[in-house]
Design a binder for this molecule. Structure first.
Ligand code: SF4
Length: 355
């Protein structure tokens, strides 16, 4: 249970509990019959009813008890900016005065929500400004759930169809809270998403990828962005802990264990990792791995140590992969005019997950 309390202690935030935890809490702490807690979860997550009094089919005394023992937290959107291409950047204010960003990305027949998992980030990827400020704190499960609740009111009436954990932070460094969030998102008494529609994007924490393969119903995207350890050490410091060979081992384990493919994010940096030789090495690394490759181009920011390759080089790189039987797509920048990209998205991408 991500936040525990009984009716004598601090009120429990229902948005921080999975449907199973709400069921258990209602049975064990509030003495309710089996199934009552699940009804609460359905009201809250499926019907997005945030007022206990409006959960009409619950008994009056049960509702009274819930109000005494529980809270339902919320998150305010402090700022909304809409890009020319329809991408919406949201700035959520947190209770402690911090703020995190979210992005709503419309596509044909879908609306993808990019969720943040941490305030700041310790990973220090060279293409991401979030890493520059360092790590501040993990987000709670409820804060991630609340990003969904807040964002859905800003989608112009369109339902959120996909979730990507690709915002600020490294989700696998906030493992337990992210796992609970995924359980809520993927549960039929929770937000009701298929695991295929939820993508967790990581910079490559190999042991945690193996753990999530066993414990989470979620699709996986990984920022690889280099084909030699020398270059990857420079672009992504995580490589010093988990070099490319170790990462590839974890990705193969994920695919074997889940039967799913993995999305490889490859951010091109001019004259660093964009050569034909890099494309050759990339194909060698990915040989036999069920995967698709998103080819992204670096979005330079002031004082960035890298440059963006031109379009010709970008497509030449992509074409080498395509011509050798790989699934590879060049992803366009979304919301560039409003700096909507956060976390992994800073490299410029549309979501990896299929519609
Ligand atoms: S890309 Fe993601 S993991 Fe890397 S520094 Fe940015 S937020 Fe952290």
């Amino acid at each position: 249970m991500t936040n525990t309390a009984n009716h004598i202690g601090i009120p429990v935030d229902l948005k921080g509990l999975t449907p199973q935890e709400i069921e258990r809490f209602c049975a064990e702490e509030l003495g309710q019959k089996a199934g009552q807690g699940t009804r609460v979860a359905v009201w809250l997550f499926r019907k997005t009813v945030e007022d206990i009094d409006s959960m009409e089919d619950l008994g009056k005394s049960f509702r009274k008890l819930l109000k005494e023992c529980c809270t339902i937290s919320s998150l305010t959107v402090e700022q909304q900016t809409t890009s020319e291409d329809g991408t919406i950047k949201l700035l959520y204010g947190l209770e402690d005065g911090n703020a995190v960003e979210g992005v709503l990305i419309p596509g044909s027949g879908r609306l993808t929500l990019c969720i943040s998992s941490q305030v700041g980030c310790a990973s220090g990827c060279g293409f991401c400004r979030t890493g520059e400020g360092g790590f501040i704190r993990n987000l709670t499960t409820a804060e991630m759930v609340n990003q969904f609740f807040s964002a859905r009111k800003h989608g112009g009436g369109k339902q959120i169809s996909n979730i990507v954990l690709m915002g600020t932070g490294e989700p696998l460094n906030n493992y337990e809270n992210v796992k609970s969030f995924v359980e809520i998102a993927a549960n039929r008494f929770g937000l009701g998403f298929s695991g295929k529609k939820i993508t967790l994007s990581t910079c490559g924490l190999a042991p945690m990828i193996e753990k999530m393969a066993e414990e989470m119903d979620v699709s996986l995207a990984v920022s690889l962005s280099a084909t030699t350890d020398n270059v990857r050490d420079r672009i992504m410091p995580i490589n010093k802990a988990y070099p490319i060979a170790r990462l590839m081992q974890a990705l193969r384990y994920y695919c074997d264990r889940t039967g799913r493919s993995v999305t490889i994010e490859y951010v091109l940096f001019k004259d660093i990792n964009d050569s034909d030789e890099d494309a050759e090495r990339l194909m060698e690394l990915l040989k036999g791995l069920p995967c698709m490759v998103n080819v992204l181009t670096f979005n330079p920011f002031p004082d960035a140590a890298f440059e963006r390759p031109d379009e010709e080089r970008t497509y030449a790189f992509r074409n080498m992969l395509l011509n050798n039987g790989f699934v590879a797509v060049v992803r366009d920048s979304r919301g560039k005019d409003i700096h909507a990209a956060c976390g992994q998205l800073r490299a410029a991408s549309t979501p990896a997950n299929g519609s």
